[in-house]
Design a protein around this ligand. Sequence first.
Ligand code: ZN
Length: 261
Amino acid sequence: MPRKIRVTVWGENVHERTNELVRHIYPQGMHNTIAEAIAEKTGLHVRTATLQQPQHGLTRRVLDDTDVLVWWGHAAHGKVRDRVVERVLARVWEGMGLIALHSAHYSKPFKRLMGTTCSLTWREAGEKERLWVCNPAHPIARNVGPYFELPSTEMYGEPFAIPAPDEIVFISWFQGGEVFRSGCTWKRGNGKIFYFRPGHEVYPIYYDKNVRRVLRNAVHWAASDGVRWIDSCPQVPARKAPEPLQVKGPRMHKEGQKGFR
Ligand code: ZN
């Protein structure tokens, strides 16, 4: 039996507590609605973490126990501590999947992994969005059909300042005429990354059945195969080298010393 994917949904959890409209749509918080969507029909173990928890709920232990991290943030990207960001990056490089949702294009982990500004154009006009599947064979687009629509959304438009994606799964068209690469994948180190655009907080987007299906598909796609690329020093101990090796010269590093973790 395949190993169950362990998912952590990270939510900034700010708008839900400060804006009446958002609280009305997501009374349990957006992170809990997203977690429910992923657990629905899959029976996956989904936990949540929020900005307000110690270490934003992303301790080393939690991240070590996470195969896929889902990230929603908007108003408080700058409040995410850099130490936690480094820990997230290290896990992605080792093999943890990352799904960045909507305004997480400006989150610290996503921007660091992309290495670009991730800027875009946007407009709040409650317009219709049509998400075209441009890669129907992709596992993330499974059972979605040729396209799906969201009746009212915030518009995101090109240019989207990301590095060229490995794959583009969805392209959005908006009522006002703009288009946007709304479902993109990359690999960084051993980790798979998926950016998925829908999710503006003043619309009930995470209740939409197609959005929920894409989230589940994406979790299955992004989950690692269980192989972790761990930073290690092959010099130490030298006696474990593949061939017999006599250590020569001065040594600057202690046994077991780690790099980025
Ligand atoms: Zn938004």
